[in-house]
Structure formats: structure tokens, C-alpha cells
Design a protein around this ligand. Structure first.
Ligand SMILES: [Zn+2]
Length: 266
């Protein structure tokens, strides 16, 4: 119970932080310095107006000074990330297992990058390079640390490090080929680097399934757009959200229903 509240609380704070990072990135502002301020009247906000969710509710969604409406986006970032972290703690974290401590910490970072990447891709069809570099550095750091702490006694070919390296390379190569030969008409370069992190995270055994899931859901979404909004076939749809979807589903299935997942793996 305490742990659930802890994860929810951390998620709310992280969500509030991600919202700031997302907005500063979109506006190409500096990350350091500059207290948070109201976008309408520019007044600096005190700490008590910066409490995730609570401040929004107390202020009834309006700036304390100029009464301008605070965008709902703040609330969605906080509640969304809070919910995800709560779920993350429930599914992956076990107090008595040090391996899950490292894993949960890493997944928290990974999910944070996913939130930023999906938000950017939907907002502007572009994924800032810092997020792509960041997610791959975090992933590389995790597989190396995990190997160092928990896998050093294993034969190398049986370690997660090895299946991760292989998985990352295959997913990266596949997307690199797609983007290169289609000259960026099917996918963007951003997707190549998300695929690298994704393949590394799920491991070689699950790469094909991850890709199948992403493309299937992406195609379904594209087809329904054609019907419902009568968009043209040339309409660009951001692909990163579907890639992220594929990665998340595999991670969840590996943890929750490994036997069921086994049916889809050779
Ligand atoms: Zn204001």
C-alpha cells in the first residue's frame, strides 16, 4: 500500500517535470534556469502553485494572478504518468528482489522518454534528438549494469546482455533499411533510433513480434483514418506511438503471461 502510494506520487511529480521538459523542448527554451511561470501573465509561480494535480484543482484550472485558463495538458501529463508509474510498481517491483529494483528504475526512465517521444511525435511529427539519444543511453546503461550486477556468472550467450545487443541490432537494421530505401517516405529517422532502444529492451526473441504488433496496430489505425476522416493515403501518420505500443505490450506480456507469449515465439 505504501509502495503503491510512493509510485503514484513519484509518477505525478515526474509527469509534471516531463510536461515542463516537453514544452521547453517544443519552444527550444533552455532546460536550466528560469522558474516556472504563467504562460499568459509571465508571473513566477510559487511552490504551492506547482503541486501536481492538487494545485490545478485548488486553482480550478485558472492562473492565481490573471485567471487565464491553465491548459489541460498539464493535468494529462501528471495524471497519465502518475497512473503509469503506479501500474509499473504493481507489475514489476518486488521489494525482496534487487533485480526488480534496477528494472523498475530503468522502466521508469524508459516510460518517461516514451511519454516525451509520443507527445512530440503527435504534436509536431518530429522527435527531438535529445530524446532519441537519451533513451538509447539509458537503455545501454541498463543492460550493462544488469549484466554487471546479476549476470556475470552466466555463460555470455545466455545473458540478457547478449540477446539485447542482438535484438537492438536487428530492429535497428530493419528500420534503417526501411527508411533508407524508402527515402523517409514510410518511416522517419526518429523511428530507427526508437527501434534500436526497443529491440534492445525486448531482446532478439521478441523483436519480430514487437514489429508485427506495431505495424498491425499502425495499419489498423491508418485504415480507420481513411474511413472516418476520409484522409488521403498520403497523409502522414506518426509511427512512434505504435512502436512504443509494441514495445510496451511485449514488456507487459513477458512479465504477466510469459507462457501465453511463448506461443508466438519459435
Ligand atoms: Zn497568469
Amino acid at each position: 500500500m505504501m509502495i503503491d502510494i510512493f509510485f503514484l506520487g513519484v509518477g505525478l511529480i515526474v509527469g509534471s517535470f516531463l510536461n515542463v521538459v516537453f514544452m521547453r523542448t517544443e519552444r527550444e527554451e533552455s532546460y536550466v534556469g528560469g522558474r516556472s511561470h504563467c504562460d499568459a501573465c509571465e508571473k513566477t509561480l510559487s511552490w504551492c502553485d506547482n503541486i501536481p494535480v492538487l494545485s490545478y484543482l485548488i486553482l480550478r484550472g485558472k492562473c492565481r494572478f490573471c485567471k487565464e485558463v491553465i491548459p489541460r495538458q498539464h493535468l494529462w501529463f501528471e495524471l497519465g504518468t502518475g497512473g503509469i508509474f503506479f501500474f509499473l510498481g504493481k507489475v514489476f517491483f518486488r521489494v525482496d528482489n534487487p533485480e526488480t529494483w534496477l528494472l523498475t528504475l530503468f522502466l521508469g526512465v524508459l516510460i518517461s522518454f516514451f511519454v516525451l517521444i509520443v507527445a512530440s511525435d503527435i504534436a509536431s511529427m518530429e522527435i527531438p534528438l535529445v530524446f532519441l539519444v537519451g533513451i538509447n543511453i539509458a537503455t545501454a546503461l541498463y543492460i550493462v549494469l544488469n549484466f554487471f550486477f546479476f549476470e556475470r556468472q552466466l555463460p555470455f550467450l545466455e545473458t540478457a546482455l547478449w540477446t539485447s545487443l542482438l535484438g537492438g541490432f536487428c530492429a535497428w537494421l530493419f528500420f534503417f533499411g526501411l527508411v533508407y530505401f524508402s527515402q523517409e517516405t514510410w518511416m522517419g529517422w526518429g523511428d530507427v533510433w526508437i527501434a534500436l532502444a526497443g529491440g534492445t529492451v525486448v531482446g532478439i526473441k521478441y523483436v519480430l513480434l514487437m514489429l508485427t504488433l506495431s505495424f498491425a496496430v499502425g495499419a489498423l489505425f491508418g485504415i480507420s483514418l481513411l474511413f472516418w476522416k476520409s484522409k488521403k493515403l498520403t497523409t502522414q501518420v506518426p509511427f512512434a506511438p505504435f512502436l512504443v505500443f509494441g514495445i510496451v505490450i511485449i514488456l507487459l506480456a513477458k512479465e504477466l503471461t510469459p507462457q501465453f507469449l511463448g506461443y508466438f515465439i519459435w
